[in-house]
Design a protein around this ligand. Sequence first.
Ligand SMILES: [Ca+2]
Ligand SMILES: [Ca+2]
Length: 208
Amino acid sequence: MDEDKFSDGLRTYTGRALIQRPFFPIYVLLGVSYLLVFIGFVVSLSKVATVSSELHKMHADAAREPFGHDSHLFPCGTDTRQWEYSNGKCYYFSLKAIPWHQAKAECEKQQSQLAVIKSLAEQNFLQTRTRNERFWIGLHDLHTEGEWKWLDGSNYITGFKNWKTGEPNTYLNQDEDCGQLWINGQWNDFVCTSNSYYICEKPLPKAT
Ligand SMILES: [Ca+2]
Ligand SMILES: [Ca+2]
């Protein structure tokens, strides 16, 4: 009896083994596939984490450098592309000719002032832009005739000068109290209510 049961059990076991054996490689393949999918998932997650961290770094960089890569192309700011950069300052060359006081106000509206020329290098830069047109600068003798003053308080007496020969001259007894660049960029005093183009200047905006 016990021997029969044992024999039956052995047959059953042998039978199962015979049935299960053909499916074994499929189970192995399925297992390997799941493993590969799992590894792929983990790798993707790690890549997403890397990209996310790089994006975060780019945002942080952009916050530190507000004009981004454009700062190299437009150092004076992307929203003021008509401003030209030279030697630490930004300059605006007007496209319309207006009286000196109005030009001064226009510059101030743009957080700048009429140009103050402090060196031959600055003079050379400005005169290449103004050619032989008349451009107002921040120089005047409005308060006392012959006492020339720069708008920013720079010392006129000891500072750089580039008057055209014979200027300042109060031509034809007219009250010429405002300074401008003229032929070859040389300076001329002119009637302040006359229309001239103008140059505004401001320091290079700080990247915060
Ligand atoms: Ca004068
Ligand atoms: Ca003059």
